[in-house]
Design a protein around this ligand. Structure first.
Ligand code: MN
Length: 130
């Protein structure tokens, strides 16, 4: 979409996204939680051994579902739950300020809350809401 001057920027329209066909996947939110725990239990120990710090990015935008698929990384509470699924200093976040802002989070307080589990940061903000 056009921005100031003659520049252009990325944008997201949930209404436009919802007009696209659903993905041909039938999965519940509970199944996604189970799958994520399985994935983290397999991957995080390998990351620990290799000295790698995976940094989960929030859903962008942090809505409940998109194109028929539930989303998990859409609230501060869910991010805490995900980090607790496999507790390790290697298992951390990309702290995307725009998405935490769109979740309605208090950004400075959320930074203090997640502390050294923040492995990477996106400095940006958003117009509008999730
Ligand atoms: Mn980001």
């Amino acid at each position: 979409m056009p921005l100031r001057g003659d520049s252009r920027t990325t944008a997201y329209s949930h209404e436009q996204s919802e007009r696209a066909p659903d993905y041909p996947v039938d999965v519940t939110e509970d199944e996604l939680w189970e799958n994520l725990e399985y994935f983290l239990d397999e991957v995080i120990p390998v990351a620990e051994e290799a000295g790698v710090d995976p940094a989960l990015h929030p859903d962008d935008p942090p809505v409940d579902s998109a194109r028929g698929i539930p989303r998990l990384v859409n609230s501060v509470e869910n991010v805490r739950r995900i980090l607790d699924l496999h507790d390790s200093p290697n298992h951390g976040l990309t702290f995307c300020q725009g998405n935490f802002s769109a979740m309605g989070a208090d950004v400075p307080e959320t930074i203090r809350r997640f502390g050294d589990r923040i492995h990477f940061v996106h400095f940006r903000d958003v117009d509008g809401t999730a």
